[in-house]
Design a protein around this ligand. Structure first.
Ligand code: ATP
Ligand code: MG
Length: 326
């Protein structure tokens, strides 16, 4: 199951991603955690110290390796150089599983020990000004998008992405790659304006979007979010002393997280699992092709000097049947 946490800067994307990852790990589920946010703080929120977080390999620096691995023996992709972030898998491509060892994880993922078990953490690496443009060939989030488009994830295995709701993710189709998108919103006008904008983009793509209210204090905050988000409001989280203690570098055991916040995390988990029945791999594949052709036309063909539409394998549909069961 692929889950994104998006929202306004400072709303609590990283905090809630990290709590949800800790919650999943505590249930014993396999988890790949990905930091694709402009502010790279997921490692710290999962308890890494500054040196450990700084020592994480950056996916952005391993793009050639990622492309070369995923390309496999796909005859439609002559060379990794011709692969852009939206190049879809086809016959011969190598696919990724959540629970396996592979060269991409070897290069880009590091284990992080949490209460209940270890998760794999991958980070895009710090963003530069050039990464914030729309049509970026060497985009950091492109490494994440390539991995998501080659990932075959089953029920009870989770990929959680802490993500920026930026133009990059809308232009490339990254925002359509998730079973569930949690939009973290504070009970403020700015908080919900990001929600409206996201919903507008998402509308035509069947994106499952739920609002998670954060830093909610009292009835007035709750009423405001209910009025603004309606049925999209899934659950709210209040101030957490557990989070405060964690930020001081003294994380209590996860089981000591406040009851109300534990219940909120369980509600997120239940909502994610319920989307499994809505999965449509054909639509998922069709959308990646749609965004690939769009990127090919707008900049990809010119940048690579190739007709990137030829990379599309018309008979290929990603899905759990394509790979042997883990
Ligand atoms: N429920 C909460 N209880 C206590 N502190 C919180 C809570 N949610 C967020 N915070 C604090 O608010 C600050 C911002 O949260 P966080 O870093 O998770 O936001 P973000 O959306 O990831 O921000 P950025 O856009 O900078 O990446 C952090 O100091 C975090 O610890
Ligand atoms: Mg963050």
């Amino acid at each position: 199951m692929k889950i994104a946490f998006v929202g306004k800067g400072g709303s609590g994307k990283t905090t809630l991603s990290s709590l949800f990852i800790r919650h999943l790990a505590a249930t014993g589920a396999p988890v790949v955690a990905i930091d694709a946010d402009i502010n790279q703080h997921l490692g710290a929120a999962l308890g890494l110290d500054e040196a450990e977080a700084a020592g994480l390999p950056a996916m952005g620096e391993h793009l050639p390796l990622i492309k070369d691995h995923l390309r496999g023996t796909n005859p439609r992709i002559a060379h990794a150089d011709k692969m852009i972030k939206t190049t879809p898998p086809g016959e011969g491509s190598r696919l990724l599983r959540v629970r396996e060892d592979n060269p991409v994880y070897d290069a880009c993922a590091r284990p992080v020990e949490l209460d209940g078990g270890a998760v794999r953490l991958m980070v895009t690496g710090p963003f530069t000004d050039a990464d914030l443009g729309v049509a970026c060939y060497h985009s950091k989030t492109g490494a994440v998008e390539l991995c998501l488009n080659h990932l075959v994830d089953g029920r009870d295995e989770y990929v959680v992405v802490d993500m920026t709701a930026g133009s990059d993710s809308f232009a490339s189709g990254m925002f359509t790659r998730f079973d569930m998108t949690f939009l973290v919103a504070e009970p403020t006008r700015k908080g919900v304006s990001v929600y409206r904008q996201y919903k507008e983009y998402a509308r035509d793509f069947g994106v499952t979007l739920k609002v998670v209210g954060n830093k909610v204090q009292g009835e007035d905050d709750l009423d405001f979010l209910r009025a603004e988000a309606g049925d999209d409001l899934l659950v709210t989280v209040g101030h957490s002393d557990w989070v405060r203690a964690m930020e001081k570098g003294r994380p209590p055991r996860f089981e000591l997280l406040e009851d109300a916040n534990r219940r909120a995390l369980s509600a997120l988990h239940t909502a994610v699992d319920a989307t499994y029945e809505l999965r449509d791999w054909e639509r998922y594949t069709r959308q990646m092709v749609h965004f690939h052709l769009k990127n090919a036309r707008s900049w990809g063909n010119e940048r690579t000097g190739a007709d990137l539409a030829a990379q599309v394998d018309p008979g290929f549909v990603l899905g759990e049947e394509v790979v042997a069961p883990a």
